[in-house]
Design a protein around this ligand. Structure first.
Ligand SMILES: [Zn+2]
Ligand SMILES: [Zn+2]
Length: 510
């Protein structure tokens, strides 16, 4: 089960941006003691489930993905955020491989502690004390029973997902579900934007209603189970860019997607980690289908503009439709073989659900360890200390630079430097401009993080964060002349130089 972790690598990329394989272990095994962020409110960024992918996701397909979509829809209806929804999908993976089984472990001779054969059936393998056979065999109803029971587990949000699932399922091995978490995240990621429990729609491969070129007659992949690569090598793109690549790539079985490129004419595109090239070769029908889907979901996915077959479409002025572009020469330069989808710097609400899940995930062993970690694996671009600002320089609004600037692409995840409680998350505060987060680590020590863009603050005041938890995304708000994190350290209310402070704790910056 789940041996083909198609989306996993793409999902891990989300958590990895910014660098250095420090988070590669994130979804692979280790205990995820964490909880969802307040930012991930029920409904708001919940998985708003438009068509289940035809292919496989993490080894799951067809009926299994339909069942996952049903679980997500029910969870959303009941007010569970993506974290809770993922716990439920993980549980059903561990119980039934997401299949609505009319039998249970009893066929393998498994008995209850009192010796009676088990009576478990359905997606969640619920026994007869859960409800009637018919109820337990109705995916929607059994999902509802699961969520209701989860809701009764005190403090489930604070528990590791497998422990929370075990409290509901009362199975013998509390860690049984842990190995399904990564796959559950991948499936939830792929299903974001999928209407739950509906029959699989046929792929939208018809002629483009936008008046595009007629599709080619030969689309070998259409309608068949597509061959989708295990992951896309996108380079350091923004998390929501990776989320959009995963969703569209899986849905349309795209074998190759271009992401980050250092040298490109569009400074707000590939070099910014905000552009995706979906390579379709001469399969114009696939390109049309991708483009139609992207337009239909432009708001949810946070799409800024699309270039396809020498035409450009802007999300901000959809009434203008497609505009013809200058002839740039080659077919590739004219985008005849690939739709170029450019995202806005801030994630759309759908991609945001993904970012939300990522934000709920921490590096292992980050609670209660006293551990300190660099908030960003990126070079120091400006040090703490007096600054000589030229008139009109912009700077940071002060002649004393009260923190350390770390330069990274907008959208790069920012980690809490240590465990603590968020004491402020909002606009300009304590001399800092743009969006600001303060975390109190106890003992008179605080850290600050700022310049996040809209959508880039992933915590709220009062949140308890773990060391290494993703709390923000690098932005460019306030007095800032480029994407960077201004990181501050305060002792007893006074700012100190973050570089020696962090170095002394074994977490050097830069
Ligand atoms: Zn491109
Ligand atoms: Zn700064």
């Amino acid at each position: 089960m789940g041996e083909v972790r198609k989306l996993l690598a793409a999902v891990v990329v989300l958590a990895l941006l910014g660098g250095a394989g420090l988070a590669l272990v994130l979804f692979v095994g280790a205990g995820l003691s964490n909880r969802p962020q307040a930012w991930c409110q029920p409904g708001g960024s919940g998985v708003d489930v438009a068509g289940v992918p035809d292919g496989e996701v993490a080894g799951y397909a067809g009926e299994q993905l339909q069942n996952a979509a049903t679980i997500l829809r029910v969870g959303k209806e009941l007010g569970f955020d993506p974290w809770g929804q993922t716990v439920a999908v993980m549980t059903a993976m561990g119980e039934s491989s997401l299949r609505n089984l009319p039998f249970g472990d009893a066929v393998h001779g498994v008995t209850n502690p009192d010796g009676r054969p088990t009576t478990s059936v359905g997606l969640f393998q619920q026994q007869d004390n859960w409800g009637s056979y018919a109820e337990r065999m109705a995916p929607e109803r059994s999902a509802r029973l699961f969520f209701q029971a989860l809701d009764r587990v005190e403090g489930w949000r604070e528990l590791e997902p497998t422990i929370a699932a075990n409290r509901v399922q009362r199975n013998a091995d509390p860690r049984h579900y842990a190995k399904y978490w990564a796959d559950a995240v991948a499936v939830v990621a792929a299903l974001a934007g999928v209407p739950g429990g509906q029959p699989t729609p046929t792929p939208p491969a018809g002629p483009s209603p936008s008046g595009g070129p007629s599709p080619s007659a030969t689309s070998p992949g259409t309608g068949a189970v597509p061959a989708v690569p295990a992951s896309y090598d996108l380079g350091p793109v923004a998390p929501h860019t990776a989320a959009v690549a995963a969703e569209i790539g899986q849905r349309f079985a795209v074998a190759e997607i271009g992401g980050y490129r250092e040298n490109a004419v569009d400074s707000g595109g590939h070099p910014a980690g905000l552009a995706l090239d979906f390579m379709v070769g001469d399969d114009a029908a696939k390109g049309d289908a991708i483009v139609d889907y992207a337009i239909a979901n432009a708001t949810r996915l946070g799409i800024d503009y699309i270039i396809w077959r020498q035409r450009i479409w802007f999300a901000a002025s959809p009434q203008d439709g497609w505009r013809l572009m200058d002839d740039r020469g080659s077919p590739t330069a004219n985008h005849m073989d690939h739709p170029h989808i450019n995202l806005s710097p801030a994630p759309g609400p759908g991609a945001g659900a993904l970012t939300c899940l990522m934000a709920s995930s921490v590096r292992p062993a980050a609670f209660g360890t006293g551990q300190w970690l660099a908030p960003l694996d990126a070079p120091v671009s400006s040090r703490y200390g007096p600054r000589v600002l030229a008139v009109g320089d912009g700077g940071e609004g002060s002649h004393f630079h009260a923190g350390t600037d770390l330069a990274a692409a907008c959208g790069t995840p920012v980690y809490a430097a240590a465990e603590g409680v968020v004491t402020y998350a909002g606009g300009p505060f304590r001399g800092l401009t743009g969006r600001v987060v303060f975390v109190d680590h106890g003992g008179g020590v605080e850290t600050s993080y700022n310049h996040m863009d809209a959508g880039g603050v992933l915590v709220r005041s009062g949140d308890h964060v773990a060391a290494g938890q993703v709390i923000a995304l690098v932005g460019n708000s306030g007095n800032s002349t480029g994407c960077h994190l201004h990181f501050g350290v305060y002792e007893n209310g006074r700012h100190v130089d973050p570089e020696p402070f962090m170095a002394a704790l074994g977490a050097p910056l830069g």
